[in-house]
Design a protein around this ligand. Structure first.
Ligand SMILES: *Cc1c(COP(=O)(O)O)cnc(C)c1O
Length: 461
């Protein structure tokens, strides 16, 4: 199976053909979930002693398995955070796999890491972070938040010279922070103090200050990071980043910004003002697989001082010493081993699909694509405002619309959502705003149009 013979050639063509046909689809079938029993009935046993053959495996994937996965790039997939990878990025993902690149060390993957670092530098420039900023692509925002907070805690303990090595750390975050922040704290056995958010779900500098000022001396000493969100997942609002940065600076605490969803809008001049203060972050994450048109899975993790990330994450072992030549005094730090900047070792060079698409199309195309989604959301807000049966809950700040269908209870929202998917019209799931069930549309796909939103508004009548 490692030799390239005639059969392998045929299969290569069939698989690449399939990938090309799929990436070309502008509006793929939405598809939907299928029960395990039904999948067993349709797909049967696929792992056998002698193999079922590539043609049959590909047939089962395309006829049975793929249709049991919702197409997240469908223009009316507006739940959660959709994805809209460019053709260039998706096709290059095939190349990354084909190239057998070990993306962990400069020794093995320097060429790939060079290109990934150029991409990270573009994001750092958009954020206004200093030139020395650097980091690595990890699998997603959850991994990015954990790695950044591990670096924050490492620095807090290091600065205490051993005094706090056994102390349990404390993180301050907002009630609107993503669930992965609490999950990181659980993994680290740290505590989270949750700060009240304002009526739009934003963290204000005053609220962080009140919470931090109210901590007793022990808790203040345990505080190692303040986390702000640049684009909350539920409402798409940006915290008062400058206010949170002030409180972090006053207390000598690490400032982490979670921009997994929203920081992509740094590329869009029309909303750039919301992000003032992001340039002061000690660490920042942004998921290109959300709103920067990269395929799954990619999260850009940036450190203002990359050495803080390296100190926390570098793994030591006899067989790894060769990757870490000791720098001579006065020389640059050692080679940029991408593994050293997060909680991982072996890694796919998962920043390359974004790099290739960005190099192909240029940054202006990214600016325009993000602005397109923002425009559709603003026009969509007008459509919702003009509909008697709907009420906009707030003006959109980024690309999320939150609104209610007057008179509906939770069950009616769910039934409507199920019907939209069953009829292959759209995938829109309800969310909660406070205690109330409401609807949420998240637009990150430049192929989503105002007509799509108008169609949904009609369907809600
Ligand atoms: C999506 C999201 C995350 C988690 O990212 P994954 O890539 O799903 O792990 C974290 N923070 C925010 C604000 C998000 O929107």
């Amino acid at each position: 199976m490692h030799r390239h013979d005639e059969d392998a050639e045929g299969l290569t063509r069939a698989v690449v053909r399939y990938a090309i046909d799929r990436v070309r689809m502008q509006s793929p079938p939405l598809d939907g979930p299928v029960s395990p029993a039904e999948l067993r009935r349709r797909a049967g046993e696929t792992i056998t002693d002698d193999g079922i053959g590539g043609d049959e495996a590909l047939r089962i994937f395309s006829d049975v398995l793929a249709p049991a996965c919702i197409s997240i790039d469908h223009p009316r997939f507006l739940s959660f955070v959709p994805a809209a990878p460019t053709e260039a990025a998706v096709l290059f993902d095939l190349v990354v796999g084909a190239s057998s690149i070990y993306g962990g060390s400069w020794l093995e993957g320097g060429g790939a890491i060079y290109a990934e670092n150029e991409t990270l530098a573009w994001i750092a420039r958009l954020a206004g972070m200093p030139k020395s900023t650097g980091g690595v692509f990890v699998s997603g925002g959850t991994a990015g938040n954990l790695s950044a907070l591990l670096a924050a805690r490492h620095q807090w303990r290091r600065l205490a010279d051993g005094r706090l090595d056994r102390a349990r750390g404390l993180i301050v975050a907002s009630k609107g922070a993503h669930s992965s922040v609490a999950q990181a704290a659980r993994a680290m056995d740290a505590d989270v103090a949750l700060c009240d958010a304002d009526e739009r779900g934003r963290l204000s500098g005053d609220a962080v200050r009140a919470l931090v000022d109210g901590l007793d001396e022990d808790d203040l000493e345990r505080l190692f990071a303040i986390v702000a969100t640049a684009g909350t997942t539920n409402a798409g609002v940006v915290d008062d980043l400058a206010g949170a940065a002030d409180v972090a600076a006053e207390n000598g605490v690490w400032f982490h910004v979670d921009g997994a969803y929203g920081a992509a809008a740094l590329a869009a001049p029309s909303v750039r003002e919301h992000f003032v203060g992001i340039e002061r972050s000690d660490s920042l994450i942004l998921d290109p697989h959300k709103w920067l048109f990269a395929p799954f899975d990619a999260c850009a993790l940036l450190y203002r001082d990359p050495e803080a990330g390296r100190a926390a994450h570098t793994q030591q072992a006899e067989y790894l010493d060769v990757l870490h030549p000791v720098a001579e005094p006065g020389q640059e730090p050692g080679p940029w081993n991408a593994s050293d900047f997060a909680h991982h070792l072996t890694r796919r060079a998962r920043g390359l699909p974004l790099w290739f698409s960005l190099a192909t199309h240029g940054t202006r195309a990214y600016e325009e694509a993000v602005e397109t989604t923002l425009r559709v959301v603003r026009e969509g807000a007008d459509v919702i405002r003009g509909a008697d049966h709907l009420e906009l809950i707030m003006e959109p700040e980024l690309s999320i619309l939150l609104f209610r269908r007057t008179g509906w209870d939770a069950e009616q929202y769910q039934q409507w959502s199920d019907r939209m998917l069953a009829e292959q019209i759209a995938f829109v799931t309800p969310t909660k705003w406070g205690d109330e069930t409401v609807l949420r549309l998240c637009v990150v796909n430049p192929l989503t149009t105002v007509d799509d939103i108008e169609l949904l508004v009609e369907m809600l009548a």
